[in-house]
Ligand binder design. Structure first.
Ligand code: 5AD
Length: 346
């Protein structure tokens, strides 16, 4: 098989995003070889805690939009987050991701304290995905010890962006992303693939923009029509295009973190395995207490929850390895895990 694909122009990338059959397999093989060269077949697990589903925004694709009254809103206590962090570290996971809606009322002082305590007590790499907070708040939580910030651009099409994210603009978001890099965060960004009205041209340009920005991580998920959002009823994003985008990003960006996201498994049981075949190298395991996950509606009420067990199985099926510890051994050795297993997805 030849591995001499060139992706330097928009039209080459556009073509690659539409590859099928042998051409697609060739694209994936190149992406995998680049991943394996630099990461030696290693998958990096992250533990996510969705600590607040309050949101000030009304994004048309998202079920957590402010106007949706069909869900119970929650905020976790600081101690609940800290306990989950302890558990995550004990399972051999090296990164913790704190995620919420654009919850501007969540006190910044609480976030600072949580981040500071996690850093003081554990060796976890801290990733935040909190939406567009004030510049001064971004600085405070960076100083407290946060390492990476995820701010997906969602769509490169400025008109579509304005329509889908009322009150927000693409340029504002891009400016914030660049600011985050400037103040020392590792940054992660990406797109939703298959939003109604989105073009292949736009995805190709988006991939090149991520290269130009110099992101440390990139993430793409297929669009999932959320049943309590204005885009309910639209078709989901195309899985093959999403896999191709993962491969294109691996080839363009080289040594970065690229997750195989849970939304892939919502559209196909083998979706995340295929994401790894296309060059991904991160899996996000859900540690949000069970009582709350049904109300964290970013994708849909029928979300696919990645547990420690399903993560281990997916990594194995993809023929890769990770630092995750065997759950049976942990249960024997760590009583706090046994205790928390009741409420947490492990
Ligand atoms: N389909 C796909 N991705 C979505 N996100 C939110 N809603 C959807 C949806 N319906 C993604 C966005 C956001 C991340 C937290 O979840 O990219 O940045």
């Amino acid at each position: 098989m030849k591995l001499d694909l060139t992706l330097s122009t928009i039209s080459q990338i556009r073509e690659a995003l539409l590859y099928t059959a042998d051409l697609q397999e060739n694209l994936f093989a190149l992406a995998r070889s680049l991943r394996n060269q630099r990461h030696a077949s290693e998958v990096y697990p992250r533990g996510v805690i969705e600590f607040s589903n309050h949101c000030e925004l009304n994004c048309n694709y998202c079920g957590m939009r402010k106007q949706n009254k069909n869900l119970a809103r929650y905020r976790l206590a600081k101690l609940e987050v800290l306990n989950a962090a302890r558990l995550i570290e004990s399972l051999g996971v090296q990164s913790i991701m704190l995620q919420s809606g654009d919850d501007y009322s969540y006190p910044i002082i609480d976030l600072v304290e949580i981040i500071y305590l996690i850093k003081a007590e554990t060796t976890l790499h801290i990733i935040l995905c909190l939406g567009e907070r004030k510049y001064s708040d971004m600085e405070k939580i960076r100083i407290a010890g946060a390492d990476m910030y995820i701010l997906k651009l969602e769509t490169l099409n400025r008109n579509l962006f304005r329509k889908l994210r009322p009150g927000k603009t693409f340029d504002q978001r891009l400016k914030l992303l660049l600011f985050l890099k400037e103040i020392g965060y590792e940054i992660s960004s990406g797109f939703i693939v298959g939003l109604p009205g989105q073009s292949i041209q736009e995805l190709a340009e988006g991939a090149l923009l991520l290269k130009e920005i110099g992101v440390h991580a990139a993430s793409v998920s297929p669009f999932i029509p959320n049943d309590s959002s204005p885009l309910a009823g639209f078709p989901p994003g195309d899985l093959e295009t999403t896999y191709n985008m993962i491969a294109v990003l691996r080839i363009l960006l080289g040594n970065v973190l690229i997750p195989s996201v849970s939304a892939l498994s919502m559209l196909n049981p083998e979706g995340q395995v295929r994401g790894f075949n296309a060059g991904a190298n991160v899996i996000t395991i859900n540690f949000t207490p069970k009582a709350y996950t049904k109300d964290y509606l970013i994708y849909d009420s029928h979300r696919f929850i990645v547990t420690l067990k399903t993560a281990i199985e997916t990594i194995e099926k993809a023929g890769l390895r990770s630092s995750l510890k065997d759950i049976d051994n942990i249960e024997r050795g760590c009583s706090s895990v046994i205790h928390q297993k009741e409420e947490l997805y492990v």
